[in-house]
Design a protein around this ligand. Sequence first.
Ligand SMILES: [Zn+2]
Length: 67
Amino acid sequence: MLSCKDTTHLLSAAQDRKLAWSERMSLEMHLVMCKGCTNFRKQMTFLRTACRRYTAGIQNEDPSRKV
Ligand SMILES: [Zn+2]
């Protein structure tokens, strides 16, 4: 069973690399039982989406960047 610290660490790592099957399983097992880490994942997903939209917005607003 993962600790909350391990879980948040894995959630961060999942942004940068594909998790191993065993890592994903442990992660999901913990998330089912832990509301804190579930919220952490929600916030992280939200931030990532917001960041991507912001970047896409900048590119759309600046047509001179497109060659
Ligand atoms: Zn937790």
